[in-house]
Design a protein around this ligand. Structure first.
Ligand SMILES: Nc1ncnc2c1ncn2[C@@H]1O[C@H](COP(=O)(O)OP(=O)(O)OP(=O)(O)O)[C@@H](O)[C@H]1O
Length: 489
């Protein structure tokens, strides 16, 4: 029998176990400390200290048997481990094996090692117990670190969350390289810039949607300039402005003598001119069904023929298309080919109208005014707060283009450095209804605006896949399609 003394210091909240000239101090404030002493010959437990061995033994009971132990009440006996073989209580753990080796007389070096005991993560240290130089047993000091692990996990989760937040914040302050000329800091415009930045890093066909004057052409060129193709041509084709008869020959070119009136040298088409770069097919919704067939061929095969030509030419270009039309509506009316739409609608980006991002108006106005003043060489000019208010209140049917025109006019009229409301066109400054109510639209209007934006943004994110957008928005089919109809999407 081993002889050891146990003393408890209540003030210090510690237990001291002394054996011969050795003492082990356990702080019982620390609920995750445990101590086991086994004897040399039988490996039987001589002492088992744990938080609550005498009160609530949950911690050690869990460690011993993997189940809940309640020291108070009828199950107290279950925890009577003194005199039991250590291997019957703790199975197979490295720490227990080393404890037995140490008890036997081996000199084991085991200090603060991680070991799993009965499924619990612990830090263990093993000490020899000797009397007059003879090994009598061993002590295992166990620190249950599951609580610690939880704390570490919580800390790691918190750090991961902080990292995620940092990423989101960085994303929001990031001046997407090459796209800083696209002005607008509203949430929707930041989203546009983010998508445009992604588009600039791919070769996929981009479809820019949105009202006239929202900046689609501007964005198309910015995407090209921010892409790897920036040193290659950017060819802007205004499909809407081109007579149907000319469009095909302009896009694909023709061989010499292929039709009456043709240049006898033949013609290099815009697809060839854009080789290696970007072709921007603006007002794509305006092209004839015949031209749509030709275009579909290019998108499908990545090749085309010149008019009158027999050699297949590879279309080595990135296509960006834009329209202010509702192409799905056009499809329903038989004016636009569905297959072409799907070929174009690979990476759609929707440009929000200015009235749906009023928070951009002040910043945009100042930025655009600076550019105008540079262009006019009229010195720096400023917009008075009252004029700013008027600009904010107006509904901007012509979007950024209209804002640009109005500011250029104002910069020309204003003799001094300040642009006041008197320098703005009457339809804007007399916009009684607007100045009174814009920015304080009816609740219903706000709701409708938000609904429309939610649907459009989600559709853009889902590559116009209605089913996915519907699921993402957690909307029922009927409700979803009603909204599409209501907002003409
Ligand atoms: N975010 C912006 N930052 C700075 N200028 C802008 C921005 N958006 C548009 N503009 C300016 O507004 C004008 C109209 O833009 P743009 O021609 O690109 O519009 P659009 O959507 O292509 O119009 P349309 O459909 O009529 O062709 C341009 O002169 C452009 O410089």
């Amino acid at each position: 029998m081993l002889g050891f003394n146990i003393s408890v210091d209540i003030d210090d909240k510690s237990i001291t176990i002394s054996f011969g000239d050795k003492s082990f101090v356990m702080n019982y404030n620390n609920s995750i400390g445990h101590m086991v002493i086994v004897d040399r010959d039988t490996f039987k437990v001589k002492f088992y200290q744990t938080n609550g061995y005498t009160a609530r033994g949950e911690g050690i009971q869990d460690m011993l048997n993997g189940k809940v132990y309640l020291a108070k009440g009828p199950s107290v006996d279950e925890f009577n481990v003194i005199g039991k073989k250590i291997s019957s209580i703790h199975k197979g753990s490295a720490a227990i094996k080393e404890l037995c080796n140490m008890a036997k007389g081996d000199n084991v070096s085991y200090k603060d090692k991680f070991s799993e005991i009965n499924g619990f993560p612990t830090l263990c240290s093993i000490f020899p117990v000797e009397l007059k130089g003879e090994r009598k047993g061993a002590v295992l000091k166990v620190e249950d670190i599951s609580t610690l692990q939880n704390v570490i996990k919580e800390r790691n989760d918190a750090l991961a969350y902080v990292e995620e937040m940092k990423k989101i914040i960085n994303d929001n302050v990031l001046d997407y390289e090459g796209l800083s000329n696209i002005k607008g800091e509203s949430r929707v415009m930041r989203n546009v810039k983010k998508l445009a930045y992604k588009a600039s890093n791919t070769n996929s066909t981009v479809l820019l949607l949105g009202e006239s004057g929202t900046g689609k052409s501007y964005l198309a060129e910015s995407i090209h300039n921010a892409s790897q193709k920036q040193d290659k041509p950017f060819i802007h084709v205004n499909c809407g402005a081109m007579p149907e008869t000319l469009l095909e020959s302009e896009l694909f070119g023709y061989e010499k003598g292929s039709f009456t009136g043709a240049n006898h040298e033949g013609k290099v088409g815009l697809f060839e001119k854009a080789r290696g770069g970007t072709i921007f097919l603006d007002e794509i919704g305006d092209i004839s069904l015949a031209a749509q067939v030709k275009l579909l061929g290019v998108l499908q095969n990545k090749t085309f023929f010149k008019i009158g030509g027999t050699t297949e030419i590879t279309a080595d270009v990135r296509i960006i298309a834009a329209t202010n039309k509702n192409l799905e509506e056009e499809i329903r009316e038989g004016k636009f080919r569905e297959d072409l739409f799907y070929r174009l609608n690979v990476f759609p980006i929707w440009m929000p109208p200015l009235r749906e991002r009023r928070e951009d108006i002040s910043y945009l106005s100042n930025q655009i005014l600076n550019q105008i003043c540079d262009k006019l060489e009229c010195g720096e000019k400023f917009i008075s707060p009252a004029a700013q208010k008027v600009l904010f209140a107006y509904d901007w049917p012509g979007n950024v283009r209209e804002l640009e025109n109005i500011l250029e006019r104002a910069a020309n009229i204003a003799d001094g450095r300040i642009i006041t409301e008197n320098h703005l066109p009457e339809k804007i400054s007399n916009n009684e209804y607007g100045s009174r109510t814009a920015g304080w639209k009816s609740f219903q209007e706000y709701v409708e605006e938000a609904e429309k934006r939610a649907v459009l943004e989600t559709l853009a994110y889902c590559n116009n896949d209605k089913k996915k957008a519907m699921q993402a928005l957690k909307m029922g089919k009927t409700n979803f399609y009603q909204k599409l109809k209501k907002y003409g999407i």
